[in-house]
Design a protein around this ligand. Structure first.
Ligand code: IVH
Length: 717
């Protein structure tokens, strides 16, 4: 291909990928299948390999490019990033309106109300439409250059759509509150771009993504992150962009900083500015109200309170802004905050109750977690009688004592937590809690370990000093609490999926001495199980059937079920893809383990240690004798490369030219996998003459059906 032709095709692909990214990440309305998207993306990468000059900073390939940094460079903000005055009182909101009216006598004031996004403030600089520098707020004057990390956020456009000259006319009809105008189409000319456009917004992790991340951590035996905001901040502070790319971050833009746009006419008010920012490709706040009176303003903040829980991000308040930029100019700023804006914070759902006792929970990995046992109290629609106290540091920092009257809070998706102590109500009888030095379950002396906090350390081992916190662990692998935890984890639906193997039965099995590890399950007799308290013949049989069936589970479930530190379901699957069987995996070197996709040095070390521990070696041998499946169905010998990498195809009917074996060989050679049955996970069904029920199933599930010719095209890439 000639360079000019390559450049033309590259530009075409880049524009198309940007359009799909916007549709998927900003509008949540995908236009193409993942497969088609990947194909475009791969073509772009191939072109850049052949013509490296095409990999310009605004290319969609440049999201995860950066090498780890030693430190962040400081960036001086061209306009200070101010903070907002905030209040919990509607009276103060009214006073704010009156104050502004006094400052701007006789003028008609219009306000906007929008969600206060609970994330991390950033400033993004675009030069001639291309993203160049992104920074944290820092002290308001100077922040950290986190450009490489921000580039990994897929809803952040690397290159803007549209240009100048498209802002809506100042007297265009008012948009419906909260309406999102569709982005204007039509390519802008280069000279239409603002030389400099800085936008400001908030990086966040959606509530759903945060819950998923924590579920994965729980399954991998890792400490849970306390909240989405801290996790976002921790993620953005990672020095290795490849790690940030794994965190599901998002960004919403609510304002601008410096704009240099020659004499171009820019939006004169906030609502229009947001509309313009949307046409450029930015995600803007979910809802925006335009209010023309104090009453409308109060109504809007109350309405926002009604709907804010449905938003993707945590919102703890409303930001109220004067709409007109001319009026903002005249109202001015104090040293810290603008006079034309303020934040109204919704009172978090809180309640006061008595802390009756502190108990200690010992987890599957031996971690000791203090739990507050509370006088039951109703909060945000449920009755709360326990709350986590996280760890010893947290207890000391808040000076929580048994007998205290405490304030508990439930914010969004967060687990109820004790936020403060009503110290003024102390009688002197409250008792500080001596953190146990021995395990309450087995009496072993506990040991101190340092765990990472909020993304402070990660799989790469990039640890940031000072961000860890102390976790006490019971070092005794035979501790009944740990034994129970491991067994419950093995039986869990996401792992070996053994029905009936819940908390109650596991506790009985351990207490009776019948079971001390997961291999013992496979030696249980019917009589032994049936003799347990409250256990009938039928449920005993069901449980034993479940145990029997679990012998056939795929390798990744077994790996996940073993509860190796840092090995969640995702890592277990990655290992299942990389290794054909447990025997190759357990004898792999540290380097081999670390070279697996999604497995960094920390996880590799954890696996290596686990498999080289003599007790674990013995356990594996007993599982082998019990005839558990050690083979991985996920293993793809040809998956190293190829256009069908990661895809599952099903063959049905007679193809015009290829035999079934030949078709399967082609698919596997192209990195794909052939499966015998159609499911939600099937990417394509290849149908020939006289295709039968598989074709019907594909149609009912909406799986794409292709013919032989199309298959051959896909295999060529
Ligand atoms: S406007 C001049 N709008 O709240 C101040 N800020 O407490 C410009 N924030 O530092 C800020 N959502 O990080 C604005 N819709 C929103 C916001 C918002 C969240 C954050 C922002 C700011 C902090 C101030």
């Amino acid at each position: 291909m000639k360079p000019t032709e390559a450049a033309r095709r590259h530009a075409e692909l880049a524009a198309e990928i940007r359009r799909h990214d916007h549709a998927y990440y900003v509008e949540a309305r995908p236009l193409v299948s993942d497969f088609d998207y990947d194909r475009l993306y791969r073509e772009l990468l191939d072109l850049e390999k052949a013509f490296p000059d095409l990999a310009t900073p605004d290319s969609p390939s440049q999201r995860v490019g950066g090498a780890p940094l030693k430190e962040f460079k400081p960036v001086k903000h061209s306009l200070a990033m101010l903070s907002l005055d905030n209040t919990y009182s509607q009276e103060e909101v009214r006073a704010f309106v009156k104050r502004l009216q006094k400052m701007l006598p006789g003028e008609r004031l219009e306000f906007t109300v929008e969600p206060k996004v609970d994330g991390v403030a950033v400033s993004l600089r675009y030069e001639s439409g291309v993203f160049t520098v992104g920074a944290t707020r820092g002290d308001g004057t100077t922040g950290d250059d986190i450009t490489a990390n921000l580039k990994t956020i897929r809803s952040l456009p690397l290159k803007l759509e549209g240009g100048l000259g498209v802002p809506p006319a100042p007297h265009s009809p008012k948009p419906e509150p909260g309406s999102q105008a569709p982005p204007r189409k039509g390519a802008a000319r280069q000279e239409d771009w603002a030389a400099v456009l800085e936008v400001r917004g908030e990086v966040f992790m959606s509530k759903a993504a945060f819950a998923r991340l924590n579920a994965e951590r729980a399954a991998a035996g890792e400490e849970l992150y306390a909240n989405a905001r801290n996790t976002t901040a921790g993620s953005l502070k990672q020095l290795a962009p490849s790690l940030v790319a794994k965190r599901p971050l998002d960004v919403v833009i609510y304002g601008t900083g410096l704009i240099e746009a020659g004499g171009a006419k820019l939006p004169g008010a906030h609502d229009q500015m947001l509309q313009w920012l949307r046409t450029l490709g930015f995600r803007t706040p979910e809802r925006v109200w335009v209010c023309r009176s104090e009453e409308e303003l109060i109504a809007a903040i109350n309405q926002l309170d009604q709907v804010r829980r449905q938003f993707a991000y945590e919102t703890d308040g409303a930001v109220i802004k004067l709409n007109d930029f001319g009026q903002r100019e005249r109202a001015g700023c104090t040293a810290k905050a603008p006079r034309w804006a303020m934040a109204y914070k919704y009172a978090a759902e809180r309640a006061r109750t008595r802390l009756k006792a502190i108990t200690i929970q010992v987890g599957r990995t031996g971690a000791l977690t203090p739990v507050a046992e509370l006088e039951p109290v109703s909060l945000a629609g449920s009755t709360i009688s326990r709350a986590t106290l996280h760890n010893e540091d947290e207890l000391r920092r808040k000076d929580i004592r048994v007998g205290d009257l405490v304030v508990i809070e439930k914010a969004g998706e967060v687990i109820p937590a004790v936020v403060e102590v009503a110290k003024e109500r102390r009688t002197g009888k409250e008792q500080p809690f001596p953190f146990p030095k021995i395990c309450p379950e087995c009496g072993s002396k506990v040991t101190r370990t340092i765990d990472d906090a909020g993304g402070g350390a990660d799989a790469s081992g990039t640890e940031r000093p000072g961000e860890g916190y102390v976790v006490w662990r019971c070092p005794n692998p035979d501790c009944p609490a740990q034994v129970r935890g491991r067994l419950e984890h093995w039986c869990a639906r996401g792992a070996m999926d053994i029905e009936g193997g819940g908390e109650v039965l596991v506790a009985q099995l351990v207490k009776s001495g019948l079971v001390t590890d997961v291999a013992d399950l496979y030696r249980l007799s019917r009589a032994e199980v049936a003799a347990l308290e409250r256990m009938g013949e039928k449920s005993a049989q069901n449980f034993l059937d479940g145990i029997q069936a679990s012998k056939q589970r795929d390798l990744w479930r077994l790996l996940f079920g073993l509860g190796i530190l840092h090995v969640g379901a995702g890592v277990a699957k990655a290992l299942g893809r990389a290794f054909p069987s447990l025997d190759e995996l357990r004898t792999a070197s540290l380097e081999e383990l670390a070279s697996v996709d999604d497995v960094g040095p920390v996880i590799a070390r954890s696996l290596f240690q686990w498999f080289n521990d003599s007790r674990n070696k013995a356990l594996i041998e007993r599982l082998r004798q019990a005839e558990l499946n050690f083979q991985s169905a996920l293993h793809q010998p040809h998956a190293a490369a190829g256009p069908l990498r990661g895809l599952t195809l099903v063959l049905t009917g007679t193809l015009p030219n290829l035999t079934r074996e030949q078709a399967a060989a082609r698919i596997e050679a192209a990195g794909g996998r052939v499966s015998g049955s159609v499911s939600q996970k099937t990417n394509y069904v290849v149908a020939g003459e006289q295709a039968g029920s598989k074709l019907d199933k594909a149609r009912s599930l909406g799986v794409r059906v292709i013919d032989e010719a199309e298959l051959l095209r896909l295999c060529r890439g």
